[in-house]
Design a protein around this ligand. Sequence first.
Ligand code: HEM
Length: 394
Amino acid sequence: MAILSIADPDFLEDPYPAIHEHRPSGVVPNVDHGGIWLLDSDEIRGAVRDPSFLSDPEKADPEAPITKVLKAAGLSIFYMDPPRHTRIRGLVSREFSPHRVKEMLPEIETTARATLDELPGGGLIDIAATFADVIPMIVISDFLEVERELRADFRNWALTRVKNLFDPKKNRSPEFAEASRSLRGYFTRKVEMRHREPATDLIGRLVALTGVQEGDLREDEIIDLLNLMPGAGIITTADLIGNTIHALLTHPDQLEAVVADPSLIPDAIEETLRFDTPALSVGRIVTEQTELCGQRVEPGTWVRVMTAAVGRDPALHPDPDRFQIDRAHREHFAFGGGTHFCLGAHLGRAEATTALRLLLERFPKISLAKGDDVAVRRRVPGFRGLDRLMVQLD
Ligand code: HEM
C-alpha cells in the first residue's frame, strides 16, 4: 500500500495513487504531524464545515509535532477560533471583497502583460519560473505595498516560510526561524511607521482600526495577519496558474477548446481546482470525543482533512483522473470551507483568469516541450505545483 506521508517523494510527485488507495479506510494516521488524515468525502464535508472542529493549536494535543510548529508560526486567523477569529476576519474581509478585487484588476492585468513582455516571442521556455511564479509574487508585493528595493528579500523570506512550514524535517530549522523573524521584523517596522505617519494604504487602513476598546484590532494582530498573507497568497496562486497551464497542455483537446473560446477559462480554472488543487488539505482539531469513519477520535486530535480527495472521488466525478472542462457536476474544497473559507479566493481566481487569458491570447500555439523532465513537480509538502514547466511558445 502506498505510504501516506506528506514528505514522501512518491507522494510529492503524485499524491493521488495514495489518496485513492487509502480512501476506502477513510481515516489513517498522520505520521508526519501527529493526529490523523481524513479522506472520506462525506466526513470531509462535515469536518470542514462543523463549527465544533476548531483551529487554535492551544486546543490541540501538545505532544503532536505540528502543534509546536503552528503555535510558533504566527498564522493568525488560519489557526484561530471564534470569537477572536470572527472579530479579526470581520475587520479585514473588506480588503478581499469582490469589489476590492475588481479595483485591483487593472493592476493585475498590467503585471501580467509586463511579465509576458519579458518573455521571448517564441521558442522553448520555462513558463512556471518565468510567468506562473512571477505574477502572484508581484501582486502580493503590490497588495502589501512592499518597497521595490526590498522585494528580493521579501520573496526569500516568504518562500522559505511557505516551503518549509509543513515539512517535518525543515519546519524547526534555523533557516525557517530566521525567515520568520525577518518577515515579522519587516511588518513590525511598517506598522510602527504607519503609527507615526498615518496613510490610507493597506497597512495604514489596518493601523487605523487599532485602539484600546474591546473589539479594536491590536498591533500584534495586524502583524500576524500581514505575516500570513505571503504564505497564503503567493505559492497557492502560482500553483493554480502553473497547474492549469500544465493540465491544458497535457489535454490538447481541452486547450484547443479554450483557445477557440476564452470564455471557458473560468471553467478550466475550476476544473484545475478539482483535478490538481494547489492546497491539498486543511487542518482542524477535534474538541469533543467523536467518531470518524467508525473510528473513535479523542479531543485534541489534529485532523488533517485531505480536501484534495473530494475532487478526485469517483463517486462524485465520473473518470475523476481526467481533466474535463465541461463537467456537468463538479465539487471541490480547494479553498477550504466553513468559517475559514479562503479570504483570497476572489483574488486567486482573478489572478489566474487574467494570467491564462493573456497568455493564450499572446501565445495561442503554446504546447508542451518534448523530452524528459519537461514538467517537474515542486517538493513542497502540503502544496502541489510545478517548479519547472517547459513549453514551446510558437
Ligand atoms: C488560488 C489560490 C489559493 C488557494 C488554493 C487557497 C487556499 C486556501 C485554503 C485551502 C485555505 C484554508 C481554508 C480552511 O481552513 O478551510 C485558505 C485560507 C486563507 N487564504 Fe487562501 N488560497 C488561495 C489564495 C489566497 C490569496 C491570494 C490570499 C490573500 C492574499 C489568501 C488568503 C487566505 C487567508 C487569509 C486564509 C485564512 C482564512 C481564515 O482562516 O479565516 N488565499 N486558502
